[in-house]
Design a protein around this ligand. Sequence first.
Ligand SMILES: *Cc1c(COP(=O)(O)O)cnc(C)c1O
Length: 362
Amino acid sequence: MRQRVWNFSAGPGVLPLPVLEEAQRDLLCLPGVGASVLEISHRSKHFDAIIQEAEANLRQLLNIPDHYHLLFLQGGASLQFAMVPMNLLGDGSADYIVTGSWGQKALQEAQRVGKGRVAWDGKHENFVRTPHADEYTIDPDARYVHFTSNETIQGVQFATEPSVDDRPLVCDMSSDFLSRPIDITRYALIYAGAQKNAGPAGVTIVIVREDLLSRVPETLPAMLNYRVQSEHRSLYNTPPVFAVYIVMLVTRWLLHTIGGLESMARVNREKASLLYRVIDESNGFYRGHAHPEHRSVMNITFRLPNEDLEKQFLQEAQAHGLHELKGHRSVGGCRASIYNAMPLEGVQALCDFMKAFAQRHG
Ligand SMILES: *Cc1c(COP(=O)(O)O)cnc(C)c1O
């Protein structure tokens, strides 16, 4: 098969076609360098230009103030589940707002490192929503409050940040990073594995407010230490050079082709509302997982009347060039991940297919 399909994979997810084309064109030889990005020193001026542009693009897209440090790390968001408490918890306790599977994992890791307290947990309702501010209280001594802005598996997204009084807010933003503008100054730390919206697997972006670095214990191994990583500008050891290069291209695409995160958010909202409309107007044939006010703009989770129909739906969709629509094994059903790089056209193709399928089987 040489033809690209509509790829609704939850992660690693679809990348912008112009980015892949540019990477392909320059894979043998970066312009003016004479070798590929895979073959040059991470301390060369050529790679320095790449990592600096990636950082500058991210700073511009997200309007990141100077007193926030930006790190390119390895180990995925899953390593951040542990690094956040290792760096920030000390002998204190942190609050976790748990709205899905990833938040649960983050909490488990924190509890391996030290004290993690559940501020709110949506498990008893099967993770269908985020909490209202009056449903949880924040420990006034919490070292930080952690939440997951978009729960990729359940398709549950915070519309705005939870209110945490004056406590430092920490966010796993892996699956909606760069999907919409955010006010960075509301956060103490943001982390995001790149492979959902920002690039390929292998690099994790961490944005951390400077004052937090003073809390980092001296005893932490260097590779796990935010302060060491920051002092070495993410070059303490060899960084994932190819992944950083692709992040540079993706952020360049967001800035210059899309026109920034306001424009990106507008397209993302339009894509999601097309799909949710098909679900809502299907007379119950499709049932969305998340409550309407809490549903994700990135991961659209839904069920069909029974598992046989779900199986048939996935098979027929695949035959129509609509791939990777199976829900996560822990929740079942279907999931359409429509990250930044999924064009409107792909979503329209899925909507047409869903309407026709419901008509045949409803
Ligand atoms: C994918 C994902 C993770 C796990 O990312 P890894 O890079 O595989 O560790 C964590 N949190 C969220 C919200 C995710 O979507």
